[in-house]
Design a binder for this molecule. Structure first.
Ligand code: ADP
Ligand code: ZN
Length: 760
């Protein structure tokens, strides 16, 4: 069958891996021989292994593919696994030596759809299947019966001895309702001891409550917005897509502030009416109260949430509720793709261009791409939403492989911000300063009109480099090929690659000069210092991921900004994502060139998307938004496209360049990163790999080259880049290659990254 996914992925028959016998075999046990032919299953376990293991099914146990089981696995003892296939005929010599499945778990089986997806992702990314399965079983060790909830209700006569506290409890219970003990105590303003006393007297009695629901069912008609004509047309088109069902990818392409969320909520509403489940994927950091509140306002109840901050217990309950079809809508980060939906009918990928969708550790996968795969496997619609689509999605929309739905205008007549360049070569700030006079002036004017300003700099900390003025020594990480970043708020010098941190040294380690250190370049903390001097009295907030104490705190701070409790926000890319700040009309990009010079083939695309999104925070409600780009290269195509508001020009030139150079989506890439404790070990294995690569007219192997950051966490790094034409099955080539190549030995490690997004 034809596979329309961005032209890169093609349906491949699912590889059935040779099943190995259990590595730890039972002794032959003649007593266990029965007249009945024994049955066997192949079980996949959630560890970093590709193959399944065969087990014997004990008499009386009914097992089918997808069932969750507990199996013995060597030194690990009992391990959770999933029956991947029946195995009618394992090697007869092994029959009596295979171990028994220990138990079948009381949870719904993983559907064929999810198993096929796990196989597909593993096959494509070269991650071991067990590692991919682990993402589907990430409900942790808390799976099992939910903790019993005990409720209390009125049962008997009033107690012999009345106290004011007891009276308050009784008045709470006069409505005849059953309450959790803690809730009742809180409502009555007493300790739970008072409740216990009343239970002892027989006035109250305990009952077992049904487990708490993860969410209540959303109401598709709870509060429908009044749509503009453009929104109405887009919402209708999306509703039709959901109504017709089946696999189709739609790019919801709307400018910032056009109401993409409200519009795709109509697709969600339609899917709820069809009583099917919806997954809304978001970049983790965008999962703020704001987005969840908007869901609640539209559907009358909160969605189920799935991200790293969900507690293990709630995680387990959510997992089970999704598998039991008790949850209708999940809003989640990329790992939510692997949940065991009972009846998934729609996937929405919000901010589909966001680089945070790429998982870089464990299994390397891109959640947007895999969402499209999951949609194809499940035969359901997928909606990708963005104001700045990835080049991949843009190409697919231009070629008609994706359906495009346009929202060309901001909602409510708001204007898109106008963007101006500040040429830092001619009108830059004085030495040691980073805010140009023209930008400072604009911020002052905004503050005088009681508007907010956002200064954007994608650099955490105070200064990216600290240098001894006496001898030129630069403070470097002892474990990495990287400078230490000065984090003054925390009084630490920190390595952004390995997390190494130390207090600022009292003297230069080289020349022993004191007070000789000078910060070089700005981070957001240094900008705050400058802003405090330039704008006295302004309420300034720095938003940066390293300063975020908790998701709750971040949510609070974003709300504070939205409600106008700060005048100047200084932020890293944390502030770029989908937030809606009604009083913000001015955005200043402090260093627009920052992402352009790093040799990454996606540098231009990334910079365009990021700056467009950040500037798009301005002028979303009242007034006219203005954006300033401080740049040394105002003639760069990215800057020109931003200033002229000419998105199409940017995409056209970027697409032409990718086509000419055969970079994605017109060619395929894989990154191979070899690391070792010593430079020689890493380089030697990288060379061995190249010398054993299968000969192919289609494949070009670049490298090995020392990685741009040559040492991380004390590990030396070499990179290979493998390039192939679009129609070439690069995963199969890599698998063949790595199966035949000598395995890395000792402390040498190899990481494979198909469709790499980062090249450091
Ligand atoms: P986008 O995601 O396209 O940047 P949003 O969905 O965040 O845009 O919408 C921008 C703002 O406009 C939000 O506050 C949203 O609630 C509001 N909005 C959009 N459409 C409507 C509508 N039809 N009725 C009321 N408010 C709307
Ligand atoms: Zn380091």
């Amino acid at each position: 069958s034809r596979w329309p996914l961005r032209g890169l992925l093609r349906i491949r028959s699912i590889t059935i891996f040779a099943t190995d016998p259990s590595p730890f075999l039972n002794r032959p046990e003649s007593a266990r021989q029965t007249a009945m032919a024994p049955r066997f299953v192949d079980v996949l376990v959630p560890v970093a292994l590709d193959q399944t293991y065969s087990y014997r099914v004990p008499a009386g146990l009914e097992l089918a593919p997808g069932d969750l089981v507990s199996v013995p696995l060597g030194a690990r003892g009992a391990t959770m696994g999933v029956v991947w296939a029946e195995n009618p005929a394992p090697n007869p010599r092994l029959h009596n030596r295979l171990k028994d499945v220990a138990d079948k778990l009381d949870v719904p089986p993983l559907k064929p759809e999810l198993r096929k997806f796990v196989d597909w992702v593993a096959d494509y990314t070269l991650a071991p299947r067990g590692m991919v399965l682990r993402m589907a079983l990430r409900m942790g060790e808390h799976l099992g019966p939910a903790r019993e909830r005990v409720g209390v209700r009125l049962a008997g006569p009033r107690p012999a001895r009345m106290t004011p506290a007891r009276a308050r409890v009784l008045s709470v219970f006069t409505d005849g309702m059953t309450r959790a003990k803690g809730d009742a105590a809180r409502e009555a303003g007493v300790s739970t001891g008072v409740i216990d006393g009343l239970i002892d007297e027989g006035t109250l009695e305990t009952v077992v409550l049904p487990p708490e629901r993860v969410t209540r069912p959303p109401d598709p008609d709870f509060r429908k917005p009044e749509f503009s004509l453009g929104q109405l047309a887009a919402a209708d088109a999306l509703r039709t897509v959901v109504d017709q069902g089946g696999y189709i990818v739609t790019l919801l392409d709307g400018v910032t502030g056009s109401g993409k969320t409200e519009v795709y909520f109509e697709a969600v509403a339609e899917n709820i009416r069809k009583k099917r489940q919806t997954l809304i994927l978001m970049p983790e950091i965008a999962l703020t109260t704001q987005s969840l509140d908007r869901f609640t306002a539209r559907f009358g109840t909160r969605p189920a949430e799935w991200h790293s901050q969900v507690s293990p217990r709630l995680r387990a309950r959510t997992w089970a509720a999704i598998a039991n079809n008790e949850v209708s809508v999940v809003v989640g980060a990329r790992s939510a793709l692997f949940l065991p939906y009972a009846d998934l009918g729609l996937i929405v990928v919000d901010e589909e261009h966001d680089p945070a969708y790429k998982q870089e550790d464990g299994a390397h996968y891109h959640a947007r791409d895999m969402a499209v795969v999951r949609g194809n496997v499940a035969k359901i619609p997928v909606v990708l939403a963005s104001a700045t689509p990835s080049v991949e999605s843009e190409v697919n929309a231009r070629r008609g492989r994706y359906k495009r739905i346009h929202l060309p205008e901001r909602f409510g007549g708001a204007h898109l911000p106008s963007i101006e360049a500040i040429d830092m070569r001619r009108e830059g700030p004085p030495r040691g300063r980073f805010i140009a006079p023209r930008l400072a002036e604009a911020v002052k004017n905004a503050l005088e009109s009681k508007e907010q300003a956002l200064l954007f700099l994608n650099r955490r900390g105070f200064a990216p480099l600290t240098l001894c003025r006496a001898c030129g020594f630069r403070l470097q990480c002892p474990n990495c090929d990287a400078w230490l970043v000065d984090h003054r708020f925390k009084r630490r010098l920190v390595c952004h690659h390995c997390g190494f941190a130390m207090p600022p040294p009292a003297e230069c380690p080289q020349c022993h000069a004191t007070e000789s250190f000078a910060p070089i370049g700005p981070g957001v903390e240094r900008l705050e210092q400058e802003a405090a001097e330039l704008f006295p009295g302004a309420r300034i907030l720095v938003l940066s991921s390293d300063l975020v104490e908790s998701m709750e705190r971040l949510r609070q701070e974003l709300d504070d900004v939205a409600e106008g409790r700060f005048d100047v926000v200084i932020g890293t890319q944390l502030v770029a994502k989908g937030h809606h700040f009604p009083k913000l009309n001015l955005v200043g990009i402090v260093d627009a060139d920052l992402g352009l010079g790093n040799g990454d083939p996606r540098a231009a695309e990334r910079t365009f998307q990021l700056l467009h999104q950040v500037v798009g925070r301005a002028g979303r409600e009242e007034g006219r938004g203005v954006g300033f780009l401080q740049t040394h290269q105002p003639e760069h195509p990215v800057m020109k496209a931003l200033i002229l508001g000419d998105r199409e020009a940017f995409y056209s030139s970027e697409i032409a360049l990718r086509e000419k150079t055969a970079y994605p989506p017109f060619g395929r890439l894989a990154g191979l990163v070899v690391t070792a404790n010593d430079r020689h070990g890493a380089e030697a294995y990288a060379r061995t790999l190249v010398s054993t690569s299968p000969i192919s007219d289609h494949v070009r192997i670049l490298g090995p080259a020392e990685a741009p950051i040559a040492v991380v966490r004390g590990r030396h790094r070499f990179r290979l880049l493998v390039k192939a034409p679009r129609a070439f099955d690069l995963s199969a080539y890599l698998r063949q290659w790595l199966a035949d190549a000598p395995k890395p030995r000792g402390n040498v490690r190899l990481e494979v990254d198909v469709d790499p997004q980062s090249f450091f």
